[in-house]
Design a protein around this ligand. Structure first.
Ligand code: ATP
Length: 348
């Protein structure tokens, strides 16, 4: 074992529901990987949401905001958002507070896992702060409620630029802007015009536009026709869950919320209360989010070690969680990834 040479301070939000189980598994795997690559993690853990409110009277305690501001990087488990009332989504509040305008979600198969669409490699780039997520709703008169969809030239141009920059940097060939501009002519129309303007600066990336409902059908018929999906906030949310099914479900797909100053890494899935506390949750999605985080903090060797261990466990297929056809629990899965990383011949 190599002595730790470098320490990264990372804000950790374990979350609720399956959050503490999946984040516990991920921390364990990262600690083991770091011990071998000479990397230490100084975790700064904080509650958020209902748990935080019970203890501190605040849904997002000030110390959590301060910690993210200082560390600039957070790993976040899911935090339950009450349906149809209650407090505002913690996820949405954090994204707005730290201007995390880009939500980056790679959808890729893991080896050994049988799916209907092998070899899929899609990226969803979702605008993260505007649209119906602006949270502007009010009752006009009893029985009539209005929700405002906010689309701005600044926000649309910024997310389009992010998607095209990513495509250029990573040699991706094609971007589809997803919209409903036939109905929402002004708002989605503005989003499309911004995408078209940005696309002109990137002639090497093919640019297309698809209507969102057609996109759902096209995705199920032939997801291989897509490379990068560039979407507004709500369409991106729905398409993310849909696309997760192509590679094995919500337990697998990671995500990064990126801004100019800070970044929060979290899985696509929510708190899954139906399986919470049962040692059933698949930590792969949060683990792959942590791999994105390790690349973000410029620790590729540790990122590759974790990814290699994870892929080895899937390749062997002996210690998988129930959602992907296995019989193992969260803890056994995490132990298997650690063992795979430490096996002779594993990547350094
Ligand atoms: P949200 O709207 O808060 O993102 P959601 O509607 O996407 O939540 P989830 O809480 O993510 O819903 O879960 C949907 C279902 O998917 C759960 O009931 C659970 O059965 C399954 N699921 C989600 N995440 C996982 C996971 N990590 N491991 C195993 N199953 C999961």
């Amino acid at each position: 074992m190599t002595a730790a040479k470098k320490t990264h301070r990372i804000t950790l939000i374990p979350g609720d529901g399956i959050g503490p189980e999946v984040s516990g598994a991920v921390v364990k795997i990262l600690e083991a990987a770091g011990a071998a690559t000479g990397l230490a993690f100084d975790w700064h853990p904080y509650d958020a949401g209902a748990n935080a409110f019970e203890k501190t009277g605040e849904y997002i305690p000030k110390v959590l905001y301060d910690s993210i501001e200082k560390n600039r990087v957070a790993l976040k488990g899911p935090v339950t958002t009450p349906v149809g009332g209650g407090f505002t989504s913690i996820n949405v509040t954090l994204r707005k507070k730290f201007e995390l305008f880009a939500n980056f979600r790679p959808v890729k198969n893991l080896p050994g896992l049988k799916t209907k669409y092998p070899g899929l490699d899609l990226v969803i780039v979702r605008e993260n702060m505007e649209d119906l997520y602006a949270g502007l709703e009010h009752e006009v008169v009893p029985g009539v409620v209005q929700a405002l969809k906010i689309i701005t030239e600044k926000g649309s141009t910024r997310i389009a630029k992010f998607a095209f920059d990513y495509a250029r940097k990573h040699g991706r060939k094609k971007i589809h802007a997803i919209h409903k501009a036939n109905i929402m002519k002004l708002s989605d129309g503005l989003f499309l015009r911004c995408c078209q303007t940005v696309a002109k600066e990137f002639p090497e990336v093919a640019y297309h536009e698809h209507i969102v409902d057609n996109t759902c059908m096209q995705l199920v018929m032939n997801p291989y026709q897509y490379d990068i999906l560039l979407t507004e906030n709500l369409y991106g949310d729905i398409l993310s869950d849909l696309c997760s099914a192509f590679v094995g479900g919500l337990g697998l797909v990671p995500g990064a919320n990126l801004g100019t100053e800070c970044a929060i890494f979290e899985a696509v899935h929510g708190s899954a209360p139906d399986i919470a506390g049962k040692d059933m949750a698949n930590p792969t999605a949060l683990l792959q989010s942590a791999v994105l985080m390790l690349h973000h903090i410029d620790e590729p060797a540790t990122a590759e070690r974790v990814q290699a261990g994870l892929e080895q466990v899937y390749r062997e297929g002996k210690t998988l969680t129930k959602d992907v056809g296995g019989t193992s629990g969260t803890k056994a899965f995490a132990d298997a990834v650690v063992a795979a990383m430490e096996a002779p011949g594993a990547a350094a």
